[in-house]
Design a protein around this ligand. Sequence first.
Ligand SMILES: [Zn+2]
Length: 1086
Amino acid sequence: MNVNQSAPPVPPFGQPQPVYPGYHQSSYGGQPGSTAPATPYGAYNGPVPGYQQPPPPGVSRAPSSSGAPPASIAQAPCGQGAYGQFGQGDVQNGPSSTVQMQRLPGSQPFGSAPLAPVVSQPTVSYGPPPTSSQVTAQLAGMQISGAMAPAPPPSGLGYGPPTSLASASGSFPNSGLYGSYAQAQGHSGAQPPQRSAPPQASSFTPPASGVPRMPSMTGPPLPGQGFGGPPVSQPNHVSSPPPQALHPGTQLSGLPGPPPPMHSSQQPGYQLQQNGSFGPARGPQPNYGSPYQAAPTFGSQPGPPQPLPPKRLDPDAIPSPIQVIEDDRNNRGSEPFVTGVRGQVPPLVTTNFLVKDQGNASPRYIRCTSYNIPCTSDMAKQAQVPLAAVIKPLARLPPEEALPYVVDHGESGPLRCNRCKAYMCPFMQFIEGGRRFQCCFCSCINDVPPQYFQHLDHTGKRVDAYDRPELSLGSYEFLATVDYCKNNKFPSPPAFIFMIDVSYNAIRSGLVRLLCEELKSLLDFLPREGGAEESAIRVGFVTYNKVLHFYNVKGSLAQPQMMVVSDVADMFVPLLDGFLVNVSESRAVITSLLDQIPEMFADTRETETVFAPVIQAGMEALKAAECAGKLFLFHTSLPIAEAPGKLKNRDDRKLINTDKEKTLFQPQTGAYQSLAKDCVAQGCCVDLFLFPNQYVDVATLSVVPQLTGGSVYKYTCFQVENDQERFLSDLRRDVQKVVGFDAVMRVRTSTGIRAIDFFGAFYMSNTTDVELAGLDGDKTVTVEFKHDDRLNEESGALLQCALLYTSCAGQRRLRIHNLALNCCTQLADLYRNCETDTLINYMAKFAYRGVLNNPVKSVRDTLITQCAQILACYRKNCASPSSAGQLILPECMKLLPVYLNCVLKSDVLQPGAEVTTDDRAYVRQLVTSMDVAETNVFFYPRLLPLTKSPIESTTEPPAVRASEERLSNGDIYLLENGLNLFLWVGASVQQGVVQSLFNISSFSQIPSGLSILPVLDNPLSKKVRGLIDSLRAQRSRYMKLIVVKQEDKLEMLFKHFLVEDKSLNGGASYVDFLCHMHKEIRQLLS
Ligand SMILES: [Zn+2]
């Protein structure tokens, strides 16, 4: 094979990287990546050690110090609802059809699977293997029946036919055995994990191993039995030595001997509580049996001992996200991640680590669902593990990491393969003494142009390999030649146009005044490149309600001039000269305009607005100026004025849980789609800031931002005093963001696999090119791959992502990211090299797109089925035979059930009564572009106890699991998910703590819904405020703080984020869902 398998050897880590003479390093000033240590908004352009070039054509941001002030700390804007945006997505395929699982003749024993204990494995016959569709049907049936069943016995098993359930539940009350398990568990820490056995699997035995075992069951296992698993087939477990305690996270792997049981710590008499319900039919379900609609508290109830609460599995015995995150931090956080080896799984996104580029793109740019992909499509289908990459081409890097070098090949431009057009990269193989090279993607032999010729060393490597980024690094940039420019003309610098709604609501809320005031200073911090003194970006201003007002702000004028266009049906731009200007040349006129706007419209009575014509006007203005750019729209209401794109209120919550629910996510007119297409052609990206007081049809208004690579922000019921900090912080960040304009992204792959599907905020007019009017450092494009042909273990698989874009200074560039993956013929290798966080990112995006065209219920079913198939395939092929009552999870995927459950119970897929249609559309659209770190914390929020660790400790306190039972009423906690931030105060918290934090003498006096902590001079106050700042700095959007008191009515909102608990709207608890997954898996295996 002439295809290189791995990145060329690289100088050992630690060694200074070579200096590339003549290569510029683009300075993408960026804020630290989201995984980077919390750094205050604004550390741009860190020095790059080791490289001595002048930071050339890069885009740099204004230093925050001089820039718009970073969000102030103590002042949390009061917030609105959790979300504020909308979305509309790439409309494409729905969920994949369920694939019937293929069974292998017999399982393939893998050395690595945990051995079953004594297990004499009674063959349990569960009836004919269900097809996946049957499974789905059964599931659906179950849920329904479960939900409607006459109140199950108190501790009843929620799913499944009541009848058989009875016996099942009867067998659960555990006896002493449980007690001993629990004890074992308590001591588990002391028991050295036995690792002799094959790693990579986590196994659980149902607690049911307890005494009264069920006689072996026939027929499909009942839902309720899940995990607790029908004691059924496991007689042996009972007698086997007390299984080792299961430590979530760590030693799950490779426990020889008895698979760790899933024991519950409960006392005798406790029963599994499985009253969650799975599957789709969950929304508000009037028919829920009494146990379901329970008490305001889901999950367990802390507090005074109650008369034997319903029994449940011990949550400590099931895989813990917190433990997995901690372990990865401990194991992988100290060493840099060096990218020289093919197929290496990077540390988790929750781990802080540095990256050394030695031939493959940093995981900050590309993360894959698996780094070892099956050689054949049959294998891939069998495993059902999606093969996808989450790509963030312009990701920001922490200051310690080198930014991509810019390579200038002069007029000849970047060197490419003649056939597939792939760009020169470290995997290309030079042959014939260096005169030719063979393409690593398509195998075509190409001549090396004379000016690029170089001799090879004895290993066949070019002697200049380490002097050239494109021959030694995973990521770099090429300066593009005029051939890569529209109309064969180098682009002009981009422009920003601020388009401000001045209708009654916008004026009355104080928004217009606040915004105009802010812009006066913010305009000094437009994105710049390299050491440029000022930004090359020109600016323009439009205000509007039912008509549009354009402003001439030419520097030579004494006062700005307004031109009104009332013919919104046929939008045109009334002026060219003086509309787009350089800020410094027109500063006085701009300042005057911004002073005047709030006054001019102060007495407006106009409540109606237009929307599409505003975008059209901005796009036309850019077209007339022959440049790309960005529109910043500040909009308040449903555009009902007579004009193209006029909308009507079509919100209808009654559609939820019907086949028409999907229409709530679809745009109500196709007008915005075609407008978006025109915008993309012009390189016109649209960022939308919404300030709605009621329904504004986010699903429709977000179509253009979504298709142009823009962002949507939503501030419901905006009030200056409560929300200004959040809005201004988002605005400052958004305006200062480095953006690539008028971009096209193409992902090439080596022979055998092909990119077949894309998710994100962009437009596609063919099947391969991702068109982005704008792309910023927060946005990802997720790409799914399928097999075309057989892959080869030796050569592996290669990806090359090429992004052609215009920089903020108007320079045309190509950013290239390369990544080599391994290929396998053994399923175990696939399961050993998966990344669950990335898998969840993909699955969430897949599902969120699916709801556009499918009933939400079927989308949920598809997810559950796929997850069960993935895990069943592992169980069947990679884990050694063991009792069917055991749940065995691949080590790398042991969090798949808990995270998937979070996706299933998210607002888009299972809305609670308080979630509006606009919120759902907004979140749906947001998730579409999220990176892996963002989806991770969004679906499984971080919950930090504040008074448990020593006050002087400066590190972030260790998180606890997102469950009510982890809350102690004598403590306070912060919870964040990237969009929301809560401070929960326990009712028994010490008075001193209350005083230190709130300057109030007692818990009862803390105002409900407080959103700002007073700035007090004591260690606790400083620590908590500092932590809040740090959390905010890690996220791409400002999180408004909401103080929640225990037992206060706001607590319901907070509990919505305790995702391991059963949710009020029917979302299953983690324990229940795991049981359900187990049942699904057993059905597939039987
Ligand atoms: Zn090629």
